[in-house]
Every structure is written in structure tokens, then in C-alpha cells.
Design a protein around this ligand. Structure first.
Ligand code: SF4
Length: 386
């Protein structure tokens, strides 16, 4: 279906919570599971997408799906036939735009040339490959199941399968990593032929409940200090920009025309529906969330929601500002006024003045954007608008 002005743009997120093994830094809702559990889950997921539950948001409600994102977990850890069936279920229930971006996260340790061909045939047109590092000792240290050579092989197979929109995920500031080690990883990825259309680089965060958190508590985790971490961040931006990538969001870089439509939708507060364990949704300013208990999810599907919250106007405004600030283009103040009928200055005058005085925010045309200093302490800046 082509776009029409009468249709609202909608995004779908589909969560597949299985992984071969848990990485040592990961606090995502994911875990290893046997074939029987995977089967039961995928059946429940198909039931949820197929509808018939309390949600009535589906074909014919004026929504056009402009992006679908299979995330996890590791969507490539399940039999590719499930991905084919999920895509069929999406098409049966939703109006999918002809040019919809359909992304899937894959782990290089779980794909084959055949599975990648099947994904492409099923309609996946963007891959996000979790490389994380080009150095095998680092990959082993953080608990990844693959080597860099396996990543290279997966990347080649993906190109051979016809993927012309590939994101490579990397993590900087890993335990024991020097600035030179990090630059080596980055340059190995930039040597790929053809180069990735998109690169995401996140600095390692040690999250509670992970093996790395426990190691840190015991003083056993040797991480680069904050200054080195920031140096890595700005060096990354410099190298990738020199290589032709646009630094369009705090952690994301895109070749021309390859910004991730799905993630841009989150930052611009487009409506999205999440399916699967713990998946979150935002629809017409109502946020809702599925249960994060696998047992309950299997029982409840297709009615899996356990939380629902209608956002007050002030909450909507706050989200518009702090999500918008993640993007290099920032918050469009004129657009803010058009949506809410009141200027951002009227609502957040003091916070804006304070941040501008401290050179954390600046005005660019009709937009409010983070300065370099603001990016370094972006959580502090964003908290001012909450
Ligand atoms: S593969 Fe991804 S989701 Fe799975 S444990 Fe590792 S980081 Fe987490």
C-alpha cells in the first residue's frame, strides 16, 4: 500500500526473547530456551499479532505500518520459518506500506547463508548485525558467542542474500579496552566492502543484575575511565563523520538516506505497537506494556497487557523534548508550539535558559539542540525536562 494523507504512520516491534547464551553485560529481557519453549512462545506471539484480543488496532483503523522491527533477544536464534510466519501474520493484520522498513537483529553466531536468504524472501529489508568488537579476546570477555571472522562471514552472506541496508552494532569502552583497541575495531568495520549503511555505537553500561555488575561490585571489572570513554566517543564521531556518515543521534550514524526509520519514529513519538514478552507500545498518547513473565505471556496471549497509562499533556511535552534532544536535529520549537498550542519556552523557560547559559543547549534556527558538552552529560540535561 502507498502512503496516503489520511493514514497515520504506525510502527510495529516484535520481541523474540531467546539467545544462545546470555552476554555478560546484557540486561535485556532475553534468555536461552529449548525448542519446546520457543515453539510455545512463537505460537503465542502469532496469536497476539493475529489479534482477537482486547486490542482493536489493526487493518482498517487508518494506520499504515511504515516500519517493523524484529528485536530481542536474538530473532535469528529461532527457526527462520517462524520469521516467515510472523511476516505473514503482520501482512494479514496490518496495512504495510510498500516502502516499509522491515528490520531484524541478528547475531553472527546464529545465521547461515540459507537463513539470511529466507529472511530476505520473507520481506526483511534491513539487518542489524551485532558485531560489538573486531577483537576476539574482547568478544570472549563480554560473553559473545561469535568471533569476528563469523561476523565477516555473516556480513558477506547478508550481502549475497540481497541485503542493501545493513547496520553494524558496536560497543565501546569494553573491559580492558584501550583507545587504540577501540579504533582498531572501528577501522576493521569501516574496511568492509561495501561499507555498512548504518553504524550504531554504544558505550558499555554496567547494568544491575548482570554478571558484569557483580564483577564490578567485587572490583574485578577493569573498565576504561570516564575520560577515556568520552575520548572514544568523540573519536568515533570524528572517524565516522570523516568516512561520510551522518551523526544523527547520540549513538547512531547513517550513510545518506539510511537513518533508521524505526528508531527515528521512537524519538519523534510516532505511534508504535509492541508484540511479545514485555513489549511496550505507544498509541495515541497511551503507553501500554505486555507482561514480562514468560509463563503469563503464554497463558494471556492475545491479551497480554498488564499496564496502561494515558499520558498527560505535560508528560507528552516532556517526552517530545527529551526524546527530540537525542537527535542531532534537536527539538523543533515551532513544531512543539504547533502540536501543543503553547511555546516550549513558556513551559520550560527556566530549564532552557539554564542549559543555554551553561552551554549544554543551543538554538539552531528554530530548533533546540544539545551542544558537545550537553551530549557528554545528556542524562543530566534531559532530566531537567522530566
Ligand atoms: S545476544 Fe543480545 S539480547 Fe542476547 S544476551 Fe547478548 S546482548 Fe543480550
Amino acid at each position: 500500500m502507498t502512503k496516503s494523507e489520511n493514514l497515520r504512520e504506525l510502527e510495529l516491534y516484535i520481541h523474540i526473547p531467546f539467545c544462545v547464551q546470555k552476554c555478560k553485560y546484557c540486561d535485556f529481557l532475553s534468555a536461552p530456551a529449548d525448542g519446546q519453549v520457543q515453539h510455545a512462545y512463537m505460537d503465542a506471539l502469532l496469536r497476539e499479532i493475529g489479534g482477537g484480543g482486547e486490542t482493536c488496532i489493526s487493518r482498517g483503523t487508518g494506520d499504515l505500518v511504515v516500519s517493523v522491527f524484529f528485536g530481542g533477544g536474538t530473532p535469528s536464534a529461532v527457526d527462520p520459518a517462524w520469521i516467515v510466519r510472523l511476516m505473514e501474520a503482520v501482512r494479514a493484520r496490518y496495512d504495510l506500506a510498500e516502502d516499509a522498513e522491515v528490520s531484524m537483529e541478528v547475531n553472527p553466531g546464529t545465521v547461515t547463508a540459507r537463513s539470511l536468504r529466507l529472511y530476505r524472501e520473507a520481506g526483511i529489508n534491513r539487518l542489524s548485525i551485532g558485531c560489538q568488537s573486531a577483537r576476539d579476546e574482547e568478544l570472549a570477555r563480554i560473553g559473545r558467542i561469535h568471533t569476528f571472522r563469523q561476523f565477516l562471514e555473516a556480513y558477506r552472506w547478508a550481502r549475497e542474500a540481497g541485503f542493501s541496508n545493513i547496520n553494524v552494532d558496536l560497543i565501546s569502552a569494553l573491559p580492558g579496552q584501550s583507545a587504540a583497541d577501540w579504533e582498531e575495531s572501528l577501522s576493521r568495520v569501516l574496511e568492509l566492502e561495501p561499507a555498512p549503511e548504518h553504524i550504531s555505537v554504544y558505550s558499555l553500561m554496567v547494568e544491575e543484575g548482570t554478571p558484569f555488575y557483580e564483577m564490578q561490585e567485587k572490583g574485578l571489572l577493569e573498565l576504561p575511565d570516564e575520560e577515556t570513554e568520552r575520548e572514544m566517543y568523540w573519536k568515533t564521531a570524528e572517524i565516522l563523520q570523516k568516512s561520510g556518515y551522518e551523526h544523527y543521534e547520540i549513538s547512531n550514524y547513517a550513510g545518506k538516506g539510511f537513518k533508521c526509520r524505526h528508531n527515528c519514529g521512537y524519538w519523534q513519538r510516532r505511534n508504535y505497537l509492541g508484540f511479545g514478552l514485555g513489549a511496550a507500545s505507544l498509541y495515541q498518547n497511551v503507553r501500554f506494556q505486555n507482561t514480562d513473565s514468560l509463563e503469563r505471556y503464554l497463558e494471556m496471549s492475545p491479551d497480554c497487557r498488564v499496564q496502561e497509562q494515558r499520558l498527560e499533556l505535560r508528560e507528552q511535552m516532556a517526552e517530545t523534548v527529551f526524546l527530540g534532544l537525542r537527535m542531532a536535529e534537536g527539538v523543533n520549537l515551532r513544531e512543539f508550539e504547533r502540536i501543543y498550542g503553547v511555546s516550549a519556552e513558556e513551559i520550560y523557560g527556566e530549564a532552557i535558559r539554564e542549559c543555554v547559559d551553561q552551554e549544554l543547549l543551543e538554538r539552531k534556527g528554530e530548533c533546540l539542540v544539545l551542544t558537545g558538552r550537553g551530549v557528554d552529560i545528556s542524562n543530566y540535561v534531559m532530566a531537567k525536562f522530566l
